[in-house]
Design a binder for this molecule. Structure first.
Ligand SMILES: C[C@H](O)[C@H](O)CC(=O)C(=O)O
Ligand SMILES: [Mg+2]
Length: 393
C-alpha cells in the first residue's frame, strides 16, 4: 500500500435506488421470461404459480452506493435491496465508513456486520453491506490505479468462460457458452405430470445439444426431498451436470440427504446463503459441490475471500451467482472458480446483453462465451447517468 493511499480518507457515502433492471435483474416488466412460469417455494399456492411478478419478485429495485474520498475520487457498488437497503446504508452503515482511510475494507466490513447482527445477517442488510463493500474495493482500486483483481492477488487465467442461465440453451451453445442452466418449470404442486414435463424438457434439450454441453437445472428452492430424489434419478441418464438450489436455504439436512444419491451429478447452492458459518453449514451438512454466493448479496468481496478459501478446503467449486463484473474480478483470481454464470436478461432470452443492463457503462459481456478483463482501475465500470438515480436519505 502506498503512503499516499493510507492517508486518503473517505468523506461521504451516498445511497441511490434505480428501478427497471440493473443489479436487481428480477426487476423486469411482467412479460420477461424471468418472471414467467418457473417453480418457486410459493408455487404451492395456485394464484402465485404462473407469474413470479404476481407475488412480488420484482418489487425491490437496485441499490447503488457511492463512496467519495477527501480528494473527490468516487467508488461505487451495487446490489438489490432498493429503498429499505438504501435507508440502512444512509442511516446505519455510513458511520462505519466516513473517516476510514481508503483500503480499510476488512475492519469496515467487520464493524458493519457486527453492528447489524441484531436485525441482519442475511437478505436486505447483506445487500446493503455488499454495495458499501464493493464501493470501497472500487475506490481502493481507483486510488491505487489497479483493477480489483490485482488487489486480490492477480489473475490465475487469461480469460473467463461462461455458462448461460435461461430458457434458450440452444442460443447459448451457438454463442459459444460451455453450458446452459434451465429454470425448472414445475414444482411438487404440479404433481407427477409436472415432473414428467420437467424430465421431457431436459431430455429434449440434451438430445438437441449433444453430450458435451453442460446442462443444469435451477430449482430456485422449490422442491421437497422426495421430489428432488425422483427428479434427479430420472434426469441422471440425460447427463444432469448439476442440480441447483433444490431446497430452501436453511434446510441443510435435505441437501445432505440428496447429496448421497447424486454422483456424478453435482449439488450446487448458496445464492441465498451468507456468512462464513452459513457456507460452512452448506459444505459440511449440505455436502454441496458447488457454492454460488452472489457477490452483490453475500456482503461483497471481503467475505468472499474467506468463503472461497473454505470451499477450496472442502474440494468445492465457487461459481458465483449473477454478480456480473464483481464476480468476474473475483473468479479470475481463484483456482477453484473454473467458470462463471451469465444470466440472460434479454426479455425473450435471445440476446446476450450486459447482465446489469442498463445500470453500468463498459460492463463486460461474453463474446463467443468468454471475457478478457480490462486493466481499468477498480471494477472498470461506470454508472450510467442517463438513467434515473433516486437519492435516498
Ligand atoms: C432463473 C432463476 O430462477 C433465477 O431467476 C436466477 C437464478 O437463480 C440463477 O441465475 O441462478
Ligand atoms: Mg439459481
Amino acid at each position: 500500500m502506498n503512503n499516499e493511499a493510507e492517508i486518503i480518507k473517505i468523506k461521504d457515502v451516498r445511497a441511490y435506488v434505480v428501478k427497471g433492471g440493473g443489479a436487481d435483474y428480477h426487476d423486469q416488466s411482467p412479460n420477461h421470461w424471468i418472471l414467467g412460469y418457473i417453480a418457486t417455494p410459493i408455487s404451492i399456492y395456485p394464484e402465485y404459480r404462473a407469474s413470479r411478478a404476481s407475488w412480488g419478485l420484482n418489487v425491490l429495485g437496485s441499490l447503488i452506493v457511492e463512496v467519495e474520498d477527501s480528494r473527490g475520487e468516487v467508488g461505487f457498488g451495487v446490489s438489490t435491496g432498493g429503498y429499505p437497503a438504501a435507508w440502512i446504508v444512509e442511516n446505519h452503515l455510513k458511520r462505519f465508513v466516513v473517516g476510514k482511510y481508503v483500503g480499510e475494507m476488512e475492519k469496515t466490513w467487520d464493524q458493519m456486520f457486527k453492528a447489524t447482527i441484531f436485525y441482519g445477517r442475511r437478505g436486505l442488510v447483506m445487500n446493503a453491506i455488499s454495495a458499501v463493500d464493493l464501493a470501497l474495493w472500487d475506490l481502493a482500486g481507483k486510488v491505487r490505479g489497479l483493477p480489483v483483481y490485482d488487489l486480490l492477488g492477480g489473475p490465475v487465467r487469461d480469460e473467463i468462460v461462461f455458462y448461460a442461465t435461461g430458457p434458450r440453451p440452444d442460443i447459448a451453445k451457438k454463442k459459444g457458452f460451455i453450458g446452459g442452466k434451465l429454470p425448472l418449470k414445475h414444482g411438487p404442486a404440479d404433481g407427477i405430470e409436472g415432473l414428467k414435463e420437467n424430465v421431457r424438457i431436459f431430455k429434449e434439450w440434451r438430445e438437441q445439444l449433444g453430450d458435451d454441453f453442460l446442462l443444469m437445472y435451477d430449482c430456485w428452492m422449490s422442491l421437497d426431498l422426495p421430489y428432488a430424489m425422483r427428479l434427479v434419478s430420472e434426469l441422471k441418464p440425460y447427463g444432469l451436470y448439476w442440480i441447483e438450489e433444490p431446497f430452501i436455504p436453511d434446510d441443510y439436512w435435505s441437501y445432505g440427504a440428496l447429496a448421497q444419491i447424486l454422483p456424478p451429478t453435482l449439488l450446487a447452492s448458496g445464492e441465498h446463503e451468507s456468512t462464513l458459518h452459513g457456507f460452512r453449514m452448506l459444505l459440511e451438512a449440505g455436502k454441496v459441490n458447488v457454492i454460488q454466493p452472489d457477490i452483490t448479496w453475500v456482503g461483497g468481496i471481503t467475505p468472499m475471500i474467506k468463503i472461497s478459501a473454505l470451499a477450496e478446503a472442502y474440494g468445492a467449486y465457487v461459481i458465483p451467482h449473477g454478480s456480473s463484473v464483481y464476480g468476474y474480478h473475483f473468479i479470475i483470481t481463484r483456482v477453484n472458480s473454473p467458470f462463471a454464470e451469465y444470466l440472460v436478461v434479454s426479455p425473450d432470452a435471445t440476446e446476450i446483453i450486459p447482465q446489469f443492463s442498463p445500470l453500468l457503462l463498459n460492463e463486460p459481456t461474453p463474446e463467443n462465451g468468454r471475457i478478457k478483463l480490462s486493466r481499468k482501475p477498480g471494477f472498470g465500470v461506470e454508472l450510467n447517468r442517463k438513467i434515473e438515480l433516486v437519492r435516498v436519505k
